[in-house]
Design a binder for this molecule. Structure first.
Ligand code: SF4
Length: 351
């Protein structure tokens, strides 16, 4: 494992914790939590991924129907200094001392390019910690040259596209007024020309919205102009923010994959079992659920929990109102409760 020098510790008061304002883990009061880092979790596209969350929940340029984090409470389009970068870098380094991962992924509770300090995090993880870095982005700010510049050091960038039509784009993403499909496409094409890493374009399909022949034909044209390294087809695999987001069936997704050509693939379910040094199961489980809805089976595999321990932990979370159960496509998911988000991180509109 590479040596991981730690940057100077930030004052504890600067760590605004998703667990609590004092940065303490509710499952172990003596332990300082690492609210900007979660996992490692198995990613369908990246392998074993240590997640980094650069945003207060939930800050995004979009408010997508299919979002698994929930409704956007701070919809904005101006990058700014959202959480302290030194604290983020320190927490990544601390976590990498405890566990192994294939990649450090910048994603989390919204759009990571909204953090104006993202480049410092990418460079620290890549150069100092000698780790692969991936950025999951909706791509909506790539029309801005300074945002493209900030991502150039990442090994992989994974932007998202859903439609080649403005009206469908607006219906699915409900973007900030500054963001249009034309700007998104301009940014994706410009970034493709400048970027030397792996450019993996995710295309998310929603039944009845962007799965018609007309939509798919337009997507093929648009994707052809962008020319990504790969096209990764996805659908609504977890409980969405809006019940109007309905998953596509596998047969239709396969037909679309064939139509889009040999760079297209359906993103497969990750099969790797367990993680080394996953740490405190309860804390890890709560962190995992905070970032996305989770099934019992995947939580047990990822965290190395036996089903009885999992049930004990989840029952405790349910009793305390930290999580709730939600059915999606005939499967039970555990979803973070809105009440669990601390007061100081709620936007004034209270959603
Ligand atoms: S799916 Fe991604 S881009 Fe869409 S609202 Fe959620 S975090 Fe933002």
């Amino acid at each position: 494992m590479p040596k991981v020098p730690l940057p100077p510790a930030p004052p504890l008061g600067a760590i605004t914790s998703a667990f609590g304002r004092k940065g303490r883990d509710p499952l172990n009061k003596n332990r300082v939590s690492t609210p900007y880092v979660f996992g490692p979790v198995p990613s369908r596209r990246l392998g074993l991924s240590l997640g980094v969350d650069l945003l207060p929940r939930k800050t995004c340029t979009y408010d997508c129907l299919y979002c698994q984090v929930g409704r956007t409470t701070d919809r904005c389009a101006e990058p700014r200094d959202l959480v302290p970068v030194e604290a983020v870098i320190r927490q990544v380094a601390e976590r990498l001392r405890e566990c192994s991962a294939d990649v450090v992924t910048l994603s989390g509770s919204g759009e990571p390019t909204l953090h104006s300090g993202i480049q410092r995090v990418i460079e620290a993880v890549r150069e100092v910690m000698d780790m692969q870095v991936a950025v999951l982005t909706n791509g909506s700010l790539l029309w801005r040259p300074e945002v493209r510049e900030r991502l150039l050091a990442a090994h992989k960038v994974l932007p998202t596209l859903t439609s080649g039509y403005e009206e469908t784009f607006q219906r699915i993403h409900r973007p900030h007024p500054q963001i249009t499909l034309a700007r998104l496409l301009e940014g994706l094409s410009a970034f493709r020309k400048e970027y030397r890493g792996l450019f993996l374009l995710e295309v998310v399909f929603l039944a009845g919205l962007n799965d018609t022949d007309r939509e798919v034909e337009r997507l093929r044209e648009v994707i052809g102009r962008i020319a990504p390294d790969r096209v990764q087809l996805n659908t609504v695999a977890r409980p969405p923010a809006d019940p109007g987001a309905v998953a596509l069936d596998r047969d239709r997704l396969k037909a679309i994959m064939t139509f889009l050509g040999n760079r297209a693939e359906i993103v497969a379910e990750f099969q790797r079992k367990g993680t080394r040094g996953a740490g405190n199961g309860g804390r890890e489980l709560l962190e995992m659920i905070r970032r996305r809805p989770v099934r019992a089976e995947e939580a047990c595999k990822t965290l190395g929990l036996d089903p009885v321990t999992f049930q004990d932990l989840i029952r405790g979370f349910l009793d305390k109102g930290l999580v709730r159960e939600e059915e999606h496509l005939g499967t039970t998911f555990y979803v973070i409760s809105e009440r669990e988000v601390p007061e100081g991180e709620q936007n004034s509109n209270g959603r």
